[in-house]
Design a binder for this molecule. Structure first.
Ligand code: NIG
Ligand code: FE
Length: 415
């Protein structure tokens, strides 16, 4: 049975639930606060000193947890990860730090390692990542497929992802796999014509048998709309087919250069378009007029040594911004949202408050989830106690493990 817990003596409680008398605008900060967790949900939020919490548990006293005046924030919502894969690409990272450019094609080496891994190997790896996420305060996370790229392998990855999260994304359209690219039936391998034909043929498979095999295990469909991956036309085919199969739309767009990914995402009503590093004014205006979240992934620009996306420009234009890790072995092998917050504040023009909101409530909007990302009665009891008096320390003390205790659905999962 889920525990009843009263977390009390909280110096700064970030609720993401603004109300009269609370501070910090959208953060809805309550000082000297307490939160009651019951049945996996938050059931009461109020002052810790007044004794008012007593009314909330008169019949069955909860376990009391003293936060010692520290800050408590909502669990992080990481709306973009690629956690089911084999191997790693440390050598590629080393070469990149010595000056080599990041290319989408590196994905194919992880595809080979993933195909070679057994279910249990991938499962063990996933379990390790889930522990890593919890230890860093993440209590909701999305996981994409995309390192299988055959019907059987993609289905294997969405099934495995579904064992650890409800937020599973089918990313068959990650890159064109080796066996299509090298097939001479499409022309001279590597030539532009053969590459285009191979990509079209692969998209036929993605929207056909692969989608049929994966859709029952997924909530979302995604496409990597980028040079070196899929054109806007090919991405559109995949996303429309996914939507027709009942999946919500997410898009990887405008990561490596300008392109049509953002406009396509907005046109199709995607929940989120992720990366948004290279945007023109029309992209920003389109996002601002839409319900599509711009999800920024600072770990990518950090690990590929590229210019960061301009969060300030997006927020000032009225775009809803989320921060996510994009944890994957190629472009961003970090699962740490505190790290992403620190980079976003240091280099992307976000305030500490905006970065915290974007990695909690913003991630929840990107996943269209009303039950996570905030500490309010009725929300899932996902809380993080920081070893700090204020959420500002997440950016102010980069690299310091400030996550002290973590509750997910009312259960202590770290600390
Ligand atoms: O989000 N953009 C596509 N996928 C990943 C990269 C994956 C890889 O390099 O293995 C990303 O950056
Ligand atoms: Fe990604």
């Amino acid at each position: 049975m889920p525990r009843r817990t009263l977390v009390t003596n909280i110096g700064e409680l970030v609720t993401n639930d603004p109300a009269p008398g609370r501070e910090g605008g959208p953060l809805g900060i309550v000082r000297d606060a307490a939160v009651l967790l019951d049945g996996g949900l938050v059931t009461w939020v109020g002052p810790s000193s007044s004794g008012a919490a007593g009314d909330a548990y008169r019949d069955a006293p909860p376990e009391i947890v003293d936060a010692g005046g520290r800050a408590v924030i909502p669990g992080f919502v990481d709306s973009h990860t690629h956690l089911v894969f084999g191997g790693d690409r440390a050598d590629e990272f080393t070469a990149r730090m010595a000056g080599q450019a990041y290319e989408a094609g590196g994905i194919r080496s992880t595809v080979a390692a993933t195909r070679a891994a057994s279910d249990d190997e991938l499962r063990d790896r996933l379990a390790g990542f889930v522990a890593e996420l919890h230890a860093q305060g993440t209590t909701t996370f999305e996981v994409k497929s995309g390192y299988g790229l055959s019907v059987a392998d993609e289905q294997r990855l969405v099934r495995l992802a579904r064992e650890v999260t409800d937020e599973v994304t089918f990313l068959g359209a990650h890159v064109v796999p080796f066996e299509f690219r090298e097939d001479p039936a499409f022309g001279e391998p590597g030539s532009p014509e053969a590459s285009a034909r191979a990509a079209d043929a692969y998209v036929d498979l993605v929207v056909g048998d692969m989608l049929d095999a994966c859709a029952p295990h997924a909530r979302w469909v995604d496409a990597f709309c980028e040079r070196g991956a899929f054109t806007p036309e090919q991405s559109r085919r995949v996303l429309e087919a996914g939507a027709a199969a009942g999946l919500g739309i997410r898009v990887h767009g405008n990561q490596l250069g300008p392109g049509g990914g953002v406009r396509l995402a907005v046109e199709l009503g995607a929940a989120s378009v992720d990366h948004c590093t290279h945007l023109d004014d029309a992209d920003v205006a389109a996002l601002a007029a839409s319900g599509t979240v711009a999800t920024l992934l600072p770990g990518v620009e950090f690990s590929t040594r590229q210019p960061y996306p301009d969060a300030r420009r997006l927020i000032d234009a009225g775009v809803t911004v989320a921060l996510a890790s994009d944890c994957n072995p190629g472009s961003s092998f970090t699962s740490s949202l505190p790290f992403c917050i620190a980079v976003a504040v240091r280099d992307m023009g976000m305030t500490p408050a905006e970065a915290l909101w974007a990695s909690t409530a913003g991630g929840a909007v990107a996943l269209r989830r009303a039950d996570v990302g905030a500490i309010r009665p009725g929300a899932r009891a996902d809380l993080v106690e920081l070893d700090a008096p204020s959420h500002v320390h997440l950016a102010y003390r980069p690299g310091v493990p400030l996550v002290r205790r973590v509750w997910a659905a009312g259960e202590l999962v770290a600390g």
